[in-house]
Design a protein around this ligand. Sequence first.
Ligand SMILES: C[S@@+](CC[C@H](N)C(=O)[O-])C[C@H]1O[C@@H](n2cnc3c(N)ncnc32)[C@H](O)[C@@H]1O
Length: 199
Amino acid sequence: MLRKHPSRNHYTTLAKKLGLFSRAAFKLQHVQKRYGFLKPGDKVIILGSAPGGMTQLAAKYVGPRGLVVAVDVKPQDLKIANNVINMISDVLDPNIIERIKEALKGELADKLISDLAPNLTGIKEIDIPKQLELVESTLRIAGELLRKGGDLYLKLFESPEVKDIEKSLRHSFQKVKRIVPIATRKHSSEIFLLALDKK
Ligand SMILES: C[S@@+](CC[C@H](N)C(=O)[O-])C[C@H]1O[C@@H](n2cnc3c(N)ncnc32)[C@H](O)[C@@H]1O
């Protein structure tokens, strides 16, 4: 039977074929193609960066004048590119803002991407609070380290709290869009919020 859209597994295979470290790269490519999200010269923070698919593309999009600060508790491939700083850190660490600030050499970031996901148990009552803790930390980092006019691309899992998070982002950003990247697996509750132009 002919498929109208490529299957979601198609992206895992395609990532391997293109030498990308993960299918997550296509979730960044999605907003890049539609909104021209990253610009040459941008300073970008990626939270939840390992194994590194998004970092690989981000490094290419921002180019040699740009900088990608990639943060994860797990290591990602160190040979990604010269314009990438790898930080093996927990975003829940109380010193995380200071540590990222150091990597940015005191400057503010133009873009913040959060692809953080806890180890999922499949039990909503455990997974959702863990995910929300990561979102809270992302919003704190955005508040401190994202410049005025900067943009945030934030992964979430569908829950009753998403509406409140969206509402709070509307206070701090001019525009907020809900996005389900084409590479998101079928039946996944994952969504992204793209918050543009920090006030
Ligand atoms: C979906 S994966 C990220 C995929 C990645 N964006 C890529 O392009 O390959 C989610 C990541 O969140 C990371 N993570 C979960 N909790 C974290 C925490 N508290 N601090 C830092 N990273 C965390 C996990 O280690 C995992 O690598």
